[in-house]
Design a binder for this molecule. Structure first.
Ligand code: DAH
Length: 341
């Protein structure tokens, strides 16, 4: 009997030590220690053993049982640890590997300048209005007093979609749309930013699609002096406090009188690529809203007056930053764009 216990003990311990998976351990536990297990059976059968051998054999069998139990528990523990270690090393992340760069984006320079101009006018109490890029001939030309036969209405300058529909060639049509939606309320004080289209071949100073911002102020008693004051403040805000403004008489069908407005060049007139040595660069067209345009907008030119102006956003950005080729804005070369971060 003693030998049987010894043999079972050794056999069980060896098997436990060799077990490679928790399920095998469980099977061994059942086989030796379970209710019908081999060691259990010996302990249960102690009654048949002669009384004088019972205590020693019982103690031996109990010790064997405890040893095997402990061996199963500790083997199970180390199997679990091994498994965890294996998982950890399989899933390990090498934090010293170089990471993937996530470049931070930024607003396009045209958008930045557009925002700056918008902020300027918002501070003066203007609000922002938008109009459609696909526009009716009526709003783009007719209501702006651009007569039939005017060169701007020629097919070589304008993208016509149908006889009546076109891609707007300027943001001025939004003037009419805004006045019609507000009339007869006063004052009208809006800016209209957006994309415009012209049938131009791209070159350093032309793009078939670019951005304009229109400003329109209509009220009782608006004067050319208001326009001038607004533009002087505008020029100093956008181009720097030392900037001066110059008005040259000009012609636009939708304003009377009309002016082209120049700002003093940042070179101070010493002569540079931007102003060609003239010391002045043209930035926008402006004027007093033509009576017929006010009428198309639903206002009485005998009662109210207004000024309007239109400027190119790309052009403004070029003057501000000394950019000499408009096509750069569309090429989206990050080496160019990053300079304006
Ligand atoms: N619409 C003109 C253009 O695209 C710019 C312009 C000139 C707008 C004079 C105006 C203005 O509002 O008064 O060339």
């Amino acid at each position: 009997m003693r030998e049987t216990v010894e043999r079972l003990r050794e056999e069980a311990l060896a098997a436990v030590a060799a077990a490679a998976r928790p399920e095998e351990l469980e099977a061994l536990r059942v086989r030796y220690l379970g209710r019908k297990g081999e060691l259990t059976r010996i302990l249960r059968g102690l009654g048949q053993v002669p009384p004088e051998e019972r205590p020693a054999l019982g103690a031996l069998a109990n010790r064997a049982r405890e040893e095997v139990e402990a061996a199963v528990a500790s083997r199970l523990q180390s199997l679990r640890e091994e498994e965890a270690a294996k998982r950890l090393s399989a899933e390990a992340v090498d934090v010293t590997l170089p990471g993937v760069g996530w470049p931070v984006g930024q607003r396009h320079i045209v958008h930045q300048v557009r925002r700056e101009i918008e902020e300027f006018f918002l501070h003066l109490g203007f609000s922002i209005a938008e109009g459609p890029e696909v526009e009716l001939d009526y709003f783009n030309f007719e209501a702006l007093n651009i007569p039939r036969g005017h060169p701007a209405r020629e097919a070589q300058d304008t993208f016509f979609l149908t006889d009546e529909l076109l891609l707007r060639t300027h943001t001025s049509p939004v003037q009419i749309r805004v006045m019609r939606s507000l009339s007869p309320r006063l004052p009208v004080r809006v800016i209209c930013p957006g994309r415009v289209y012209r049938r131009d071949t791209p070159d350093p100073s032309h793009l078939p699609s670019f951005h304009q911002i229109e400003a329109l102020a209509v009220d009782r008693g608006v004067t050319f002096g208001d326009l001038r004051g607004t533009l002087e403040l505008f020029a100093r805000t956008i181009f720097g406090p030392a900037t001066r403004v110059r008005f040259r008489p000009s012609y636009f069908p939708f304003t009377e009188p009309s002016a082209e407005v120049d700002v003093s060049c940042m070179c101070g007139g010493k002569g540079c690529g931007v102003c060609g040595g003239a010391g002045w660069v043209e930035i926008l067209g402006a004027g007093m809203v033509h009576p017929r345009v006010l009428e198309h907008g639903g206002y009485d030119p005998e009662e109210v007056s207004g000024y309007a102006l239109g400027l190119g956003v790309e052009r403004t950005a070029m003057l501000r930053h000394g950019i000499d080729d408009m096509r750069l804005f569309l090429q989206n070369d990050v080496r160019f764009l990053r300079q304006f971060a």
